[in-house]
Design a protein around this ligand. Structure first.
Ligand SMILES: [Zn+2]
Length: 137
């Protein structure tokens, strides 16, 4: 049985769930950002842990979102990226999961994920997909 006694999605209640790692977000700040400004991630304000943005060549004046995280993290059973996004909005949480297409890539879903994917022009079927946050060693 492993870590969980039930296999039920915590968000929608369906069975046969995957597990995703969750960090809580303490605060989000955002600012407008132009594509031709260099060094996106060096703009992270003091005390913020990381940033996602919806800026690219086709969205030159997008937004960069900065996140502060609480230290506590936990594993939760969540069945889909849509449920992970709903969880993220409800709990103000970062949901981390391994990309099913390349398990070495970790992705993060935040309450801004839908807006970010739309701003980046990502296809409709990937609208809940998290942004890449790093690699598993
Ligand atoms: Zn679910």
């Amino acid at each position: 049985m492993g870590l969980f006694s039930s296999k039920k999605c915590e968000v929608c209640g369906s069975i046969d769930s995957a597990s995703m790692n969750v960090f809580k977000i303490l605060d989000v700040q955002s600012q407008p950002y132009a594509y031709d400004v260099n060094a996106t991630y060096s703009l992270i304000p003091e005390g913020y842990a990381f940033a996602f943005s919806d800026v690219n060549k086709s969205n030159l004046n997008g937004t960069i979102f900065f996140y502060k995280l609480s230290n506590a993290n936990s594993f939760h059973l969540i069945c889909s990226l849509q449920c992970a996004f709903n969880y993220s909005v409800k709990e103000s949480a970062l949901v981390i999961y391994a990309d099913p297409e390349n398990e070495k890539i970790l992705r993060g879903i935040t309450p801004q994920t839908l807006k970010i994917n739309k701003g980046l022009g990502n296809p409709e079927h990937t609208k809940y997909r998290g942004q890449p946050i790093g690699r598993r060693s």
